[in-house]
Design a protein around this ligand. Sequence first.
Ligand code: ARG
Length: 498
Amino acid sequence: MCSVVGKHDRRTRELNQQAGDSYNMSSEPATKMWSGRFREPLNKQFEEWQRSFPFDWRLLPFEVEASIAHARAIKAADILTSDELSRMVQGLRAIEGLPFDESLVGANPQTEDIHHYVELELTKQIGPLALKLHTGRSRNEQIATDMRLFVRAAIDHTVYGLNEWHNALIDLAQAAGEAVMPSYTHLQRAEPVLVAHWLLAYVSMIERDITRLTDARKRMNLCPLGSGAVAGATLALDRTIAARALNFDGPTPNSMDATSERDFALEFTQGIATLGIHISRFAEELTLFSTAEFGFLELPEAFSTGSSAMPQKKNPDLTELIRGKSGRLLGAATTLAMLIKGLPLAYNKDLQEGQEPVFDAADTIAGILSVLPAFTRSLKFRFDKMKIAAETGYLNAMAAATYLSNKGVPFRKAHEHIGNAVRLGLETNRELQHLTLDELRSISPEFGEDFFAAITLEATLDCHDVIGGTARARVAAALADARQSIFADNSSESAKLK
Ligand code: ARG
């Protein structure tokens, strides 16, 4: 055991001499980034168990970009010559160009984490010069930076997918024209609404989801590099160099916060969890509407599955899976919140556990948004059945009470009169418009001939003539607004980042 350590120490000294600095690290592929003060080897199970490489390998592109940015900063601090910088950048770019996937994990069983991996690979690429890269930095700031870069890209990718879903819903709302459906409260039929109005409710939710994510992006877009392990870099680094190279708005203002806080990841997962709740409600409604009991929707075959047992079945697997996956999104946010809440400042290894929920949330929402816009575009509503449902069950009762109140009847009284009319309708199996004027007048003398025109389907819609109401003109205006909104613009190049 001691001889292994001794050999390691000797090799480290040799490499340090070759590298021309006093940096204490070996370039042997299997060695650690921190073995100098240790005399005993790690317990094998512990060593394997504590690795983050099995999941953080996917941070490779971000680790490389951040390393290039750091190399530029230490060049400006005269740690590297121009020639060394360009060799280092070339080496890092070469690593970035190598194919990378999960197979890296098995192929590099001794690699502790992504930082270790890049350092070892860089040593293979450019020799001992690689060992200078870690001058003036710590893995604590590196992982904080990589995760910010990952979350930033994940936000851009999610917003891009949301723009697509936003557009799909708007097109569907447009295509629905003046089709009507019942709205529900307590899952009981309430009042008729335009199908477009119902779809635009989800458009409003998505718009808030997008702003939640883009707001979080603005707050997190500061660069931790130069924060060191906890107290700030021990080199007089110009931190604006790395920040600029990585397209951050500037350096983070406090090294302890920067290396140990993950609220940027929390905001991301919480934003995604809220989005997941919205998507899940949509999925739930479509699942319900596709049942024979509602019959509002023909499930698109391209997005449905059959039953191995019951030949007649067409099952709404897509919406069910979305509903299920939204639970995972909430789980990720909860895991992260629980993880952070008890941590003393600054870095603690617990934070390593915060990576997987972020990756899972990003992957899960990316998966959902890879199918949801196309699924939405393929929806075929049974407008005939929706209309029948909107016309039965006294859904014009509120419009009828409004008619009476417009005639000067106090609303409480109007409500009671229409309640009586509904009761008469229920007893004689007729809708309000099928009662006779005499019958209505026996309930209240304020009923006139014009009552029937006031409770047609169109009038029932149009009496909700307020901003945000389902009057036809209001919905047309809302649709035009949604189309004009910035959220409908998905042309941004950065949004296409993976
Ligand atoms: N793999 C580690 C993580 O994800 C990197 C940072 C390690 N820092 C440390 N002081 N051990 O948190």
